[in-house]
Write a protein that binds this ligand. Sequence first.
Ligand code: SF4
Length: 307
Amino acid sequence: MKSKKTNQILDKIKRLKKERRAVILAHNYQTSDVQDIADFTGDSLELSRKAAETKAKVIVFCGVNFMAETASILSPDKKVIIPDNQAGCTLADMITADKLKTLKSRHPEAVVVSYVNTTAEVKAESDICCTSSNSIQVVNSIPRDKEIIFVPDKNLCRFTQEETSRKLICWQGWCSTPHTNISAEDIKKSKQAHPDAKVMVHPECNPEVIDLADEVVSTSGMLRFAKRSKATEFIVGTEIGMLYSLKKANPKKEFYPANDKAICPTMKLITLEKVYQALKDLVYIVKVEESIRQRAKKAIDRMLEVS
Ligand code: SF4
């Protein structure tokens, strides 16, 4: 049962959303309140695609900055706003365009693959983007005689390297929370408590965690796996917000966090109150400078062509 105050905010958001002709997009790691008020929930790429398709004038992006930037890259004519402009991503911050340029100067013939968890400036310096669900396809689309630089996540790089049998030049970045907080010990303990459960983890997790998993899948891959699997119990190795999305889509199945402290603090900065303020004052606007946008879009478009 929601409090009177929450119901009042929800009513105000719904009214303003109509007035502004806005759409609310929420990442699967957002709180349940924010996921429930959203028109669409999904992973960063699914949401950016929704942003590009929508006829809405205003897009309220409940996620972190690089995701809102990607939406703005794909939808330059729409107003993209993020309810808290401090919602960054520690992984995206681990590489800058200048650092990538330095690495490229050492490997001038290399193709640069960048995970979507990067800033627009880094995407603009890249040849092709990837997500955790298509990194294997993206790398396989590159001729075998080409060197490949892969940024910024070292665990996704290692996983892609193993799955494609390609030698990649891996940037040594990582998601400081929540993915690297999940340990092999967490998985073993969860398995003891729920011996019939299938273990699904995100490829950003540490290698020893990946080795214990039944499925190594992206956020959208987890939803697909849980739906099609005959199993009724799952141990989930990613940010705990995902459990709400999984349970909502599969009410008869059970989902357990591999580690209930696997929380992305910046994802949780966005609240219903901030969504309301964002719609009321149209803050904070995310806009990518045009020359960067065009170059970054090329890298995203290339990925969409191959996946
Ligand atoms: Fe970035 Fe990790 Fe948070 Fe995802 S979970 S937004 S990779 S810090």
